[in-house]
Unconditional design. Structure first.
Length: 327
């Protein structure tokens, strides 16, 4: 027995604080309502900040040339709802046949008449961001369902560590990883480190390389490039810098204990000559001092005592000096 296909509802309310989940919900509704018909006119998008109720209703009541369903997306719907709450409640009781109204808003309290009216005649879709500790659990089914790849828990944890909690960015990286592994059915932590980790670390190392050379301007320019290419960089900056510096410190200590630079390459993923140059430019003491400063900076930003971007710039300026010794 095959599962019953979901039916198209006349009214949807899509709300919540996670933009990626909202976009995914809207896409599912539109695909369900209009299918993959290339001749379809597609959905009509209406600016809820300026549109009149008549604009939306006229679109819903106007059938296409081939009589296909009309889909109207009102976004942002919060001001639209404020202006026309009673009329929308009435519309939910007698919606237009062949029409599909999608209200996309930030919030829709459960105790409102409109929430209950939409729930009675259509569907409510709440798009709340998972809590940080739930992100890896979101990655696992997303990788399987969207890209047909199995990602193990350690790889999912590593991906979240590198990318952060932005679901849209995580999904983008999953798409790249799926293409990277090709015909393989699984994404491993080695794949994440090779594709995502190396890029992230190289971005961080451009900053630390300039710092080690005493090049303040170069380090700040590299930091500006990080900000320009990664909208979530300020929130990840301290953790990213700490991770890069910690790995350099571990490598420096390993070499001091007798390990060869070449033996560290598989673990760090850098060219031996590049890794040697990086290790020669820093001392254990200097790296330990940087980590201590980063931990204090992290605490200050989390308690509201410092701005992340400004704190990172201050850190870069302070530590963009050549170490006193190369021991």
């Amino acid at each position: 027995m095959t599962p019953t296909e979901p039916s198209v509802q006349p009214v949807y309310a899509v709300f919540g604080d996670e933009p990626f989940l909202r976009r995914q919900a809207i896409r599912r509704i539109v695909n369900l309502a209009l299918g993959d018909d290339p001749g379809s006119m597609g959905p009509t998008r209406i600016d809820g900040g300026t549109a009149e109720l008549a604009d939306a209703l006229d679109e819903l009541r106007t059938l296409g040339l081939l009589g296909e369903r009309r889909v109207v997306i009102v976004e942002p719907a919060d001001p639209f709802i404020t202006r026309y709450r009673k009329q929308l409640e009435a519309y939910c009781k007698a919606p237009t046949g062949g029409g599909c109204l999608i209200l996309v808003c930030n919030s829709l309290p459960r105790n409102t008449r409109l929430y209950k009216a939409v729930a009675a005649s259509g569907e409510i879709i709440e798009c709340r961001a998972p809590r940080p500790h739930q992100i890896s659990s979101w990655i696992l089914p997303r990788s399987r369902d969207a890209y047909g790849k199995v990602i193990d828990r350690t790889a999912a944890d590593r991906l979240r560590e590198l990318v952060g909690n932005d679901l849209g960015m995580l999904d983008s990286e999953l798409g790249k990883l799926a293409a990277y592994v090709g015909a393989r059915s699984q994404i491993s932590i080695a794949d994440v480190d090779a594709l995502v980790g190396l890029h992230r670390e190289e971005t961080v190392f451009r900053v630390t390389d300039a710092m080690a050379a005493g090049d303040v301007d170069g380090a700040l320019r590299a930091w500006e490039q990080v900000l320009a290419t990664d909208r979530a960089a300020p929130m990840r900056a301290i953790g990213g810098l700490a991770s890069g510096i910690r790995r350099l410190l571990e490598a420096k200590q390993a070499v001091a204990a007798g390990m060869s630079v070449r033996s560290l390459v598989p673990r760090l993923g850098h060219d031996p000559a590049v890794l040697s140059r990086r290790l020669e430019g820093v001392t254990v003491e200097h790296l330990q001092e940087q980590l201590c400063d980063l931990y204090e900076t992290d605490l200050a930003t989390k308690t509201g005592l410092a701005d992340v971007a400004r704190a990172v710039e201050t850190f870069i300026v302070k530590h963009s000096v050549s170490p006193r010794s190369t021991a």
